[in-house]
Ligand binder design. Structure first.
Ligand SMILES: Nc1nc2c(ncn2[C@@H]2O[C@H](COP(=O)(O)OP(=O)(O)OP(=O)(O)O)[C@@H](O)[C@H]2O)c(=O)[nH]1
Ligand SMILES: [Mg+2]
Length: 296
């Protein structure tokens, strides 16, 4: 390994829906995190690794900052808190035009010595005057931060952002093998694809009450058989997920399967079933089983 190798953890935080997952996927060049127009799409800390000749960036996409209403959201905020501690560079992402912030997080950011890049996203749908007012508003809150204005969706200024990130990386050997893209197993990404389709298809509280678990994954010649269980909190949610005569879950299966086939590059047989696990979002034990304690 070269003497001047740099490596570090670059953690992407910010309010829900500001484009954190879009940004990480762009920076990594792969679709690792699911993206929807709905807030609280991301529930876990998801790592995406980028390797240069003499650097390695370990990005972490995180859930959006919120005030928890149930234990799962408390867990989500714990991941955010932990990410403030172990970052080498923090990307605090805001959406151009937004002024909302979480007082506690801003205080914590003021107290860390970690370099902060204040990334103003979605400039494609904004104007110069708003961008200028954003700069002064947010610099007042985070005076030590350095500002970069981007559009993750339209790939604007991402080269500038990357350059600033690499500048700030500390000297270090790589943390992961240099051909690795993420720390998550295949099953995780498959369950996330299914969850993305649930967020897109179902309304209101339904997507937030579902956890998807891939329980079987069998590769056969020319076909991969996948069995996934959708855990919901109540019987009524189960009925909605399934729909009249099973039409809704059938539709979900069709859209999810198409995406999984693209992701895996092979034919897929997808079996979806729904089970009720009463109030799982408030059960430490069940959430542990679902992997919410393991987001290193
Ligand atoms: N116009 C525009 N839209 C964007 C941009 N970046 C992201 N979006 C859109 O913003 C929405 C939310 O994007 P996500 O990447 O899921 O946002 P997030 O911050 O990860 O959201 P949570 O995981 O729910 O906290 C999606 O509809 C994206 O297409 C951008 O640069 N410009
Ligand atoms: Mg996200």
């Amino acid at each position: 390994m070269e003497q001047n190798h740099k490596a570090g953890f670059v953690n992407i935080i910010g309010n829900p829906n500001v484009g954190k997952s879009t940004l990480m996927n762009r920076l990594v060049g792969e679709r690792l995190s699911i993206i929807t127009a709905k807030a609280q799409t991301t529930r876990h800390r998801i790592k995406g690794i980028v390797n240069g000749d003499n650097y390695q960036i370990v990005y972490s996409d995180l859930p959006g900052i919120l005030t928890p209403a149930y234990k799962m959201q408390e867990m989500m905020m714990r991941f955010v808190d932990e990410s403030l501690q172990d970052a080498d560079v923090l990307l605090y992402l805001i959406e151009c035009g937004e002024t909302k912030y979480n007082e506690e997080i801003i205080q914590k950011l003021k107290n860390v010595s970690t370099p902060i890049l204040l990334v103003i996203n979605k400039i494609d749908k904004s104007d110069e005057a708003t961008i200028i007012s954003m700069r002064s508003y947010w610099l007042e809150l985070l005076p030590k931060a350095e500002i970069v204005e981007i559009s993750a969706l339209q790939n604007l200024n991402l080269d500038i952002l990357l350059q600033k990130i690499v500048e700030k990386l500390p000297p270090s050997p790589p943390y992961f093998p240099k051909d690795e893209l993420t720390d998550r197993p295949m099953r995780f990404f498959i369950s996330e694809i299914i969850r993305e389709k649930i967020l897109l298809q179902y309304k209101k509280e339904i997507p937030y009450s579902v956890e998807v678990v891939v329980e079987s994954f069998k590769e056969e010649e020319g076909l991969t058989r996948i069995g996934a269980v959708l855990y919901v909190e109540r019987e009524t949610q189960k009925m909605i997920i399934i729909g009249r005569k099973g039409v809704s879950i059938k539709q979900l299966g069709i859209t999810a399967r198409a995406d999984i086939e693209e992701f895996l590059g092979c034919h897929v047989f997808l079996d979806l079933s729904v089970k009720v696990l009463k109030d799982w979002r408030d059960s430490d034990l069940i959430m542990k089983r679902f992997g919410y304690n393991n987001n290193g």
